[in-house]
Write a protein that binds this ligand. Structure first.
Ligand SMILES: *[C@@H]1O[C@H](CO)[C@@H](O)[C@H](O)[C@H]1NC(C)=O
Ligand SMILES: *[C@@H]1O[C@H](CO)[C@@H](O)[C@H](O)[C@H]1NC(C)=O
Ligand SMILES: *[C@@H]1O[C@H](CO)[C@@H](O)[C@H](O)[C@H]1NC(C)=O
Length: 283
């Protein structure tokens, strides 16, 4: 399911923030349930990045709140071994995704999809076929300190099923020591010296940059002679939740995709990459 590899990020953000506003305005008197909201913080498995390196990993069966609960908010960010936030100009979080599925805790890395049987994803109520954009939460670096809090009686219902597990997809780019950090974030193929995709097949003609060039394990070009340590990081995530009860109004998540063309959500758009030097020299 290669569609899981890229995300048309604006839509979840707009969706969540407009719901937030909607709920706050339409039901100003709704019972505020702050007093019963609990929070618990977890970490993904550790991952190690050297300067310029990319990781795009699917972690299955990650730690999560047990039982039938309503999610009120979810915060996630990349931290180091001491739990400190990692500056985005060192490790850029290209995207992260959290979704629930019914299955077993297989830790096998599945290169072309998070779960071999995609039918087991629970995820959201979005419109894309084949479980594209099926995350409950997720976005990129900009989610750090962006509130996802659902006010009033609203909550996202999870944990209804017996074998419900959680999956995290973390795509991070370490830009320390790179010749063009911004180009690394744009996933420019020349900077990654990439001419074939993750599947070993040549990239299509004219493909200059995008997710097909910054897949797991590639490295963005470093400044001559740059040597930097390997560092260990985690995605740290805090789940704010309350026990399920009948007073909670289940909030459904719908993600729309502007690239939908009748049968597939393409999830991300390929834009011709301009040569930025040219545009600087010849505006
Ligand atoms: C799944 O396996 C990983 C790695 O062995 C472990 O850390 C995690 O706690 C397991 N999750 C569940 C839900 O059993
Ligand atoms: C780029 O990749 C080619 C083959 O894939 C390899 O021969 C060459 O050494 C690489 N260049 C750098 C700078 O890593
Ligand atoms: C970083 O790890 C790689 C192997 O994963 C190793 O080849 C390299 O020497 C390490 N770099 C440093 C500076 O320790």
């Amino acid at each position: 399911m290669e569609i899981m590899k890229g995300f048309y990020l604006a839509f979840l953000f707009l969706g969540v923030s407009s719901l937030h506003v909607f709920a706050a305005h339409v039901f100003p008197g709704a019972r505020h349930s702050d007093e019963v909201v609990k929070s618990v913080t977890f970490r993904s498995p550790a991952f190690t990045l050297g300067p310029g390196e990319v990781q795009n990993t699917y972690y299955q069966g990650v730690p999560f709140v047990e039982g039938h609960v309503a999610l009120k908010a979810f915060d996630a960010e990349v931290v180091d071994e001491s739990g400190n936030s990692v500056p985005l100009n060192e490790v850029y979080l290209h995207h992260w995704v959290a979704l629930n599925y019914i299955g077993t805790n297989s830790t096998d890395y599945v290169p072309h999809g998070p779960i071999s049987s995609s039918g087991s994803i629970i995820g959201n109520d979005g419109v894309c076929p084949n479980h594209a954009l099926s995350q409950i939460y997720g976005l990129g670096s900009e989610t750090r300190k962006t509130s996802t809090y659902l006010p009033g009686p609203y909550g996202i219902e999870v944990g209804k099923y017996e074998n419900e597990l959680w999956l995290l997809n973390v795509h991070a780019i370490d830009t320390r020591g790179t010749i063009d950090p911004f180009g690394c974030l744009e996933c420019r193929c020349d900077l990654y010296n990439v001419t074939v995709g993750e599947d070993g097949k040549p990239l299509r003609d004219g493909y200059q940059g995008g997710l097909f060039c910054c897949y797991d394990g590639v490295r963005c070009q470093l400044k001559d002679g740059y040597v930097g340590e390997n560092r260990t990081y985690y995605l740290e995530y805090t789940v704010h939740y309350q026990e399920w009860d009948d007073s909670i109004l289940p909030l459904k998540i719908y993600i729309f995709d502007s690239t939908f063309e009748g049968s597939t959500c393409k999830v991300f758009v390929h834009v011709l990459v301009l040569n930025r030097m040219d545009s600087v020299l010849r505006p």
